[in-house]
Design a protein. Structure first.
Length: 246
């Protein structure tokens, strides 16, 4: 099947489905200038292992290192802008083609692009909290502390502050369980920009009857999918939009 036949099939899947969900990963945000973890040559994560520096173990044992080598990269996400791929997902929801977006991303770009029903299964960078008393803090507060103090940011109670991002070694946030329940009700899952190598988020693909994968490179789940398109997310989603409008 050639590319344009695949786009027609994807549009057909969406029209035939009762309830469509998207599952997005870091690949949808690379066109917004945010490097993913696994594409070769993106530089940022080649020198440090994100599974190590973004882990609860490092946060607890060596908070200086967590904030210096891992957390600093979160701050770079704050000014990123959504790209056409995020925007088309917002449009699909507005036109009632899409029931919601399950995202592994923490960058908040789906909301910035107009998506209303977003489940952030790995948390987000809007807020943080105290590990001792659980008090919530806006991310701007944590950023401000880091600007003026070389020590890891602390709460008024003296507890260490941490971002509301699911770190390696953390329990899954409530949004993951919400996403699981939603996936059980869906009949089409549109995977966009994910290597599907992170569990348990990748297990959501097994809950949905039909799966379409849009990813630059092959994924571990391609062989199980009903449609696979190895292309840039923005190109595919813009072509899908034209097909649905036509
Ligand atoms: P991943 O890095 O494992 O995989 C990304 C995939 O996207 C790759 O297979 C790559 O081929 C593909 N890709 C890259 N650019 C693309 C494009 N323009 N169009 C289509 N596909 C493209 O990412 P993952 O599966 O999301 O897992 C990594 C984990 O790291 C997740 O938990 C994710 O939340 C987190 N992370 C998040 C961000 C973010 O919030 N933007 C950035 C880096 C990592």
């Amino acid at each position: 099947m050639n590319y344009s036949e695949k786009i027609k099939q994807l549009a057909g899947f969406i029209r035939q489905s009762r309830r469509v969900l998207a599952l997005t990963g870091a690949g949808i945000s690379t066109e917004s200038g945010i490097p993913d973890f696994r594409s070769k040559g993106s530089g940022l994560w080649e020198k440090v292992d994100p599974m190590e520096v973004l882990s609860v173990q490092v946060l607890k044992r060596n908070p200086q290192r967590f904030y210096r080598e891992g957390f600093v990269h979160f701050l770079k996400l704050e000014n990123a802008r959504p790209n056409p791929a995020h925007e088309v997902l917002g449009w699909l929801e507005q036109r009632e083609f899409l029931a919601g977006v399950i995202t592994q991303n923490i960058d908040g770009l789906h909301q910035k692009a107009g998506s209303q029903r977003v489940m952030e299964v790995h948390g987000h960078i809007r807020t943080g909290h105290c590990m001792r008393c659980q008090k919530k803090y806006p991310m701007g507060f944590i950023r401000g502390k880091l600007d003026t103090d070389i020590n890891p940011p602390k709460c008024t109670c003296g507890g260490l502050l941490r971002p509301d991002v699911a770190l390696f070694g953390d329990a899954m946030p409530n949004d993951f369980w919400r996403a699981t329940a939603e996936a059980e009700q869906a009949d089409l899952l549109l995977v966009v920009g994910s290597s599907l190598s992170v569990s348990p988020a990748n297990s959501l693909t097994r809950l949905v009857e039909r799966v379409a994968i849009i990813n630059l490179e092959p994924t571990l789940y391609d062989y199980q999918a009903d449609l696979v398109i190895h292309e840039k997310a923005s190109r595919v989603l813009l072509d899908l939009k034209s097909q649905l409008e036509g």
